[in-house]
Design a protein around this ligand. Sequence first.
Ligand code: TMP
Length: 254
Amino acid sequence: MKRRRVIYEGKAKILYEGTEPGTVIQYFKDDATAGNGAKKDTIEGKGVLNNRISEYLMTQLQGIGVPTHFVRRLNMREQLIKEVEIIPLEVVVRNVAAGSMSKRLGIEEGTPLPRSIIEYYYKNDSLNDPWVSEEHITAFGWASPQDLDDMVNLTIRVNDFLSGLFLGAGIKLVDFKLEFGRLWENDFMRIVLADEISPDNCRLWDVATNEKLDKDRFRRDLGGVVEAYSEVARRLGIMPESVQGENKGPVLVQ
Ligand code: TMP
């Protein structure tokens, strides 16, 4: 038997060589880190939930025509994705002030923003993913003006769609982070949504109580991390097979 090849190991995921040419297997670990690795722990069940939640959200987005790297889920912790050239940017969308924006600009957490705001961070662990502008991105060639235009258009569509989808499940989409990749098909390139969309990279608050249902429970030592992620999965109408059989679709929360 041949051991499969690890392409890349990140903080929360491992990428293995795929089963078909041009594909990669994305494995979701239970590891959680915060503050660029300063805080570490293992949260049993997190990987299974994120695999399932990200599968659901990527599939829903594909359904409205947003191109993504997602092909299909393989098992509880793995999904098959298309091999893309990752653009070294974290694209953050904010609908409500929270986290680093609140700290940096002195805006109280929970303050609704006059409009959705998109920010860019340069993916570089040794520099702590610094905040950058479109000027830096195009000047240093991390993305072309056309790439950026495509990313912004997709980001706005993703935000509109996911805000509505979560609201239907009684969840406020406060902010989230997206990553994009270049997908080459013969001589043509398209920008597609990559990485994952899960409570690890979104802020999700209960609409009625503002209870946090995301990774801030880990970052801020609030406890109940897996319970919160399970609650998100439950409200979206998805749960790992071991917990709930088929996907019955979103559950309307009154
Ligand atoms: P921030 O308030 O810490 O800048 O985070 C904004 C959003 O982006 C929040 O939903 C968490 C997500 N995020 C990541 O997924 N990865 C990161 O490295 C950072 C800094 C934020």
